[in-house]
Write a protein that binds this ligand. Structure first.
Ligand code: SAJ
Length: 449
């Protein structure tokens, strides 16, 4: 099938890179977003998200004359839906007393509804948003069929998951294998034809529900493995072992690849998608549910660690014993709020959760996020720069392994801060160097400084 014009609905972290990549590969693309600010930003040649290479790609797309942005759809040969699938804010599911999160499908629903008046015979519609299993056949298909056209007969319908890693989206978009699941084999073939316009990895055809399951399985596997790593960190602290050394040694085994523990699991994918399986079948997903509990409770573990760090110091200074209340009134510089290294995405970030929990304990936290210096976070005091964050701090808490934090020189830092306690939750700082400089460095997964 030949595609001349494509409408991409949703110009976020996936929609914008995908739309621009199609455009630079010769397809005429209309990017549609309900947010007029995003459309205006793009029309002015700017971008609203940080992703390496994206600014150049979008300006090439615009210069090619193939890309434009609008709040309104138009007729096209294909429609691609890349809108968010967050959780319902005020509603939880429950199974045997265990509460679980529910997908909020309003954006997918309204994007699909918006296509209906423009849908024509022979069109292709692709859903890319990560969605609970069976969304394509049970939600999207019936809405599109309100047009009077039948999916798989009059128009093609596919689910094709994006699998790109934030920070490397542009490369992975082109190089990764692509799964295209159709409601019929012909639909899958049409989806295949669309993605051949730029995908260099394999394009594999399957059915829509398999493609949905594949996507959720990938991120669930990562989440469960991350829960294991975080549990190992807790165990290592209890057993007096350095978890980082233990993981390195275990990973020498040819079939073992333990991930890195950290302050928790965030972002809009790995910490979200496993809930789609739990929602689909809570009675079958106890391991998946438990992994979510472990990862969601990791910020609490970090806060306990911060308390112990202050308690150790308090005991040395004044012989105080009580751990409770030990961080009340303490000034803490939180370095990094993004959900992972070298990205500007603060969604579902465990670092922000750590900050909120510290504040609940009465600590005064100043956060510094170099990738989003102007971010307005609800209830979080954002420092103007690193210096502002650390100047009056009693402790420096590293929450994200941004490259620029890894490179920090403890000797230089010492003269810029009152803090002598440093706490590294991501294994970024060299203990010897920091101790030599005069800091007491505590590390997640290691029970001594
Ligand atoms: N994390 C750790 N330790 C690690 C690796 C990650 O604590 O060793 C944390 C990160 O800091 C972050 C979270 O896990 O908070 C998730 O980060 P990630 O890098 O594992 O994944 P995402 O969410 O950026 O991207 C994932 C990718 N999925 C898989 O690797 C299976 C990506 O390929 C998907 O396209 C993306 O989700 C998505 O959009 O679904």
């Amino acid at each position: 099938m030949n595609f001349r014009k494509l409408c991409v609905l949703g110009l976020g972290y996936i929609g914008l890179p995908t739309a621009s990549t199609f455009a630079v590969n010769g397809i005429q693309v209309l990017g549609v977003d309900i947010n007029p600010d995003i459309v205006e930003t793009l029309q002015n040649g700017n971008i609203h998200i940080h992703e390496p290479g994206l600014r150049d790609l979008v300006s090439h797309a615009i210069q090619s004359g193939n890309f434009s942005a609008s709040t309104q759809l138009e007729e096209a040969d294909a429609f691609l839906i890349a809108v968010p699938t967050p959780f319902k804010e005020h509603k939880l599911g429950e199974h045997n007393g265990q509460k679980y999160k529910l997908a909020d499908m309003r954006a997918v629903t309204s994007a699909t509804e918006a296509i209906v008046p423009f849908l024509r015979k022979g069109n292709l519609v692709v859903l890319e948003s990560t969605s609970p299993p069976r969304t394509t056949v049970d939600l999207v298909k019936p809405i599109l069929e309100r047009s009077g056209l039948k999916a798989g007969v009059d128009f093609h319908l596919c689910y094709s998951p994006e699998r790109v890693l934030p920070g490397q989206i542009l490369r992975e978009l082109v190089e990764n294998a692509r799964v295209v699941g159709g409601v019929t084999p012909e639909s899958a073939r049409a989806g295949h034809d669309l993605y051949t316009n730029f995908v260099k990895g394999k394009i594999i055809e399957t059915d829509a529900t398999t493609a949905e399951m594949v996507k959720i399985m990938e991120n669930t596997t990562r989440d469960v493995n991350l829960a294991l790593a975080n549990e190992f960190a807790r165990l290592a602290e209890k057993l007096g072992v350095n978890v980082w050394e233990a993981i390195n040694l275990a990973n020498l085994h040819p079939r073992i690849n333990i991930l890195n523990p950290g302050p928790g699991v965030g972002g809009h994918c790995v910490s979200v998608d496993p809930w789609f399986f739990v929602e689909a079948a809570p009675e079958l997903t106890s391991l998946i549910y438990q992994a979510r509990q472990v990862n969601d409770s990791q910020p609490h573990f970090v806060v306990e660690k911060v308390k112990r760090a202050f308690h150790t110091q308090a005991a040395v200074v004044s012989g105080e014993n009580a751990v409770k209340g030990v961080i009340y009134g303490k000034k803490i510089a939180a370095l990094g709020l993004a959900y992972k290294p070298d990205v500007d995405d603060l969604r579902e970030s465990p670092a922000t959760e750590v900050v909120h929990l510290l504040q609940k304990e009465g600590a005064h936290v100043k956060a510094w996020e170099p990738f989003k210096p102007d971010a307005r976070m609800n209830g979080i005091y954002m420092a103007a720069d690193l210096h502002d964050a650390i100047r009056d701090a009693d402790a420096v808490l590293l929450l994200v392994k941004h490259s620029e934090f890894v490179k920090l020189n403890p000797q230089q830092l010492l003269s810029q801060t009152k803090a002598r306690i440093a706490l590294d939750t991501v294994n970024a700082w060299n203990i010897d160097e920091w101790q030599k400089a005069g800091f007491i460095l505590h590390r997640l997964g290691v029970n001594k400084s």
